[in-house]
Design a binder for this molecule. Structure first.
Ligand SMILES: *Cc1c(COP(=O)(O)O)cnc(C)c1O
Length: 393
């Protein structure tokens, strides 16, 4: 195949043409500052209002509950620091999980240095938190629970509705990082009792540097960026009109096409998972077999390094990942795989393949043809494999 095959859709996605077309006018004649009073400024303002409606509709929120941000990382930072600050007189305890994205984990670590106490809930071998663990971690001091909707490395979908039931009963704020879930899993913030929810544009075919935070009416949150009166006086700075327009369109498309696209992706995902597990020995699926994102494949190949697999796949024009984009380049194994109980060498031997709307059946078949000989070659060079063969003679 001459064309590159992009299997890293959890890292980022290509802006889709409908989104790109929607943005174009705002890079051109529609450049007015939405806070100004003349006609074209009102058009910019209207474009933002429309995007806010698109985002709100996607999760069953109201427009007044949606704040535009610079992405998932900012939304996570704002949600956690903003709630911690607003409720610190009530208590200084936060509960999260050990498999969160670094945007959540590092924010919690920062708050620990500021005198907050953080409980990092463990997960089972599939990456699921235990609801009994959550209940027993809650104290009178607990002000916030932050648990991700779906994990970006292993695709496991957490029991969000059940968590929301527990936190609402106890009167504790519930934030969820839904960056990987939106457009893949139906989300209803009211039905699920979610108080804050983070979204990002570039994981769903929108532009990078765009995101939103849902904050339920009545939940207090400290202002994060001080400046002008934009975003209901809560986040200053002239709006990223192009980005906001793109995010709105991307979320609208992703949610309206979700059901149909999920069916297609699910079939593709299973073809790849079954194809690898059935043809390559000593391989294991990471994450939950069913309660997982329709686009996520994460597999450990015993005795070899994920990084070498990636290099050889790249040689064939196949672009995959060994985990999150944030940890590649570092030699530390993924904190998510370690939290599942994988030993270091198995965590190092893992490859993540994340599918998207542009991936085809032919591409999946190409992967299934190219991968087994790569694994065989690498194992033939691996001292671990050699030791294993000797010990099994
Ligand atoms: C990508 C990602 C983020 C960060 O979003 P950005 O828009 O890139 O800042 C946060 N959480 C999860 C689960 C992600 O996958």
């Amino acid at each position: 195949m001459d064309k590159k095959i992009y299997f890293d859709n959890a890292a980022t996605t290509k802006v889709r043409p409908e989104v790109y077309q929607e943005i174009l006018p705002y890079l051109d004649e529609m450049y007015a500052n939405p806070s100004s009073v003349y006609t074209i400024a009102r058009d910019s303002k209207k474009a933002i209002d429309k995007a806010r409606e698109q985002v709100a509709n996607a999760i069953n929120a109201t427009t007044r509950e949606i704040y535009f941000t610079s992405g998932g990382t900012e939304s996570d930072n704002w949600a956690i620091k903003g709630v911690a600050d607003a409720y610190k007189n009530k208590g200084k305890h936060i509960i999260t999980s050990s498999i969160e994205h670094h945007a959540v984990l590092h924010t919690c670590e920062y708050l620990e240095k500021q005198g907050f106490k953080v409980t990092y809930l463990p997960v089972d071998k599939y990456g699921l938190i235990n609801l009994e663990d959550l209940k027993s971690a809650i104290t009178d001091e607990t002000i916030l629970v932050s648990i991700m909707f779906a994990n970006n490395e292993i695709g496991t979908i957490e029991p969000i509705k059940e968590i929301g039931k527990i936190t609402r009963e106890k009167g504790i704020i519930f934030h969820t990082d839904a960056v990987q879930a939106i457009g893949h899993v139906p989300i209803d913030v009211k039905d699920m009792n979610i108080d804050l929810l983070s979204m990002s544009g570039h994981k769903i075919y929108g532009p990078k540097g765009t995101g939103a935070l849902y904050v339920r009416k009545g939940v207090r949150i400290t202002q994060f960026i001080h400046g002008g009166a934009q975003e209901f006086n809560r986040r200053g700075g002239t709006e990223n009109v192009c980005g906001i327009v793109g995010l709105g369109k991307a979320i609208e498309l992703a949610t309206s096409e979700m059901e149909e696209e999920n069916k297609r992706l699910l079939e593709l995902r299973q073809t790849i998972i079954d194809g690898i597990l059935n043809t390559v020995p000593y391989t294991h699926l990471n994450g939950h077999p069913e309660q997982r994102l329709s686009n996520n494949v994460n597999i450990t190949f015993d005795f070899i390094e994920g990084e070498s697999i990636l290099l050889m796949l790249d040689f064939k024009g196949i672009e995959a990942s060994s985990g999150s984009a944030c940890t590649s380049g570092s030699l530390d194994p993924s904190h998510v795989l370690l939290a599942l109980g994988l030993p270091h060498e198995k965590a190092h031997g893992s490859v993540r393949i994340t599918l998207g709307r542009y991936n085809t059946k032919e591409e999946a078949e190409f992967l299934l043809k190219e991968l087994p000989p790569i694994i065989e070659r690498l194992r033939n060079m691996s001292p671990l494999w050699e030791d294993f063969l000797k010990s099994n003679k």
